[in-house]
Design a protein around this ligand. Structure first.
Ligand code: AMP
Length: 222
């Protein structure tokens, strides 16, 4: 299973990736998570990426591609991977094709998560992350109370929830604009390659997971 989850900020790529990881045992590769870790650690790469991220713009292709090359070279990705938040533009998509051709591991599917614009903004406003274990919860979702009541698997204490700095209103508007201008063209790119599957990603998390699994099933099982 080598797949790309394609969708706007707030469409549920991270949440659904985590569920695929738990179900299929293949790693999630999130360039957003890798970049945030580099920013937190204050590495030279993180310092370069920080400003673009805070403004909601894309980080330079060269930086992101270097990170992906390194990550896909690690042994845990040999059985498959879920790309979350990458590729984000055509340059990255073509570079990914080249890289996967070199290692003879072509993509199996690209799933587009469709969510209405108003719902995206609403979801992002309610999104919180546990700073200890990385779990993402939404204060607006019916599961929020359950998530806040459960204990963090890292610390054994309640989750320590914080809001991502780029989830503020101004930056979110820019991220959605960047998605439309630079990332949405990938829908046609992958459709032309015969890899694209689209699902309705609104409604409860469980229902979206079911539609995602159905979209990933071999054609005979769909
Ligand atoms: P995300 O967590 O996927 O929403 O990404 C957060 C931020 O990291 C984005 O707004 C970009 O600034 C940066 N970023 C993540 N992935 C990429 C990528 N593939 N290319 C360029 N910038 C990225």
């Amino acid at each position: 299973m080598r797949i790309v989850l394609l969708g706007a900020p707030g469409s549920g790529k991270g949440t659904q990736s985590q569920r695929l990881v738990a179900r299929h045992g293949i790693p999630q590769v999130s360039t957003g998570d890798l970049l945030r870790a580099a920013v937190t650690e204050g590495t030279p790469l993180g310092l370069k990426a920080k400003e673009a991220m805070a403004a909601g713009r894309l980080v330079e292709d060269e930086i992101v591609l270097g990170m992906i090359r390194e990550r896909l070279g690690e042994p845990d990705t040999a059985q498959g991977f879920i790309l979350d938040g990458f590729p984000r533009n055509l340059v990255q998509a073509r570079a990914l094709d080249g890289l996967l051709r070199q290692i003879d591991q072509p993509l199996g599917a690209v799933v587009q998560l469709n969510v209405d614009y108003a719902e995206l903004s609403r979801r992002i406003a309610g999104r919180r992350t546990c700073s200890d274990c990385g779990r993402v919860v939404n204060l607006l979702a019916s599961t929020a109370e359950a998530a806040q009541g459960e204990l963090c698997p890292r610390t054994g204490r309640p989750h320590h929830l914080f809001q991502r700095p780029d989830d503020n209103e101004v930056t979110v508007a820019e991220r959605l604009r960047v998605y439309e201008a630079q990332t949405r063209p990938l829908v046609d790119y992958y459709r032309q390659q015969g890899l694209l599957r689209s699902i309705d990603a609104e409604g409860d998390i469980e229902g979206v997971s079911e539609r995602l699994e159905a979209a990933l099933a071999p054609p005979s099982a769909r």
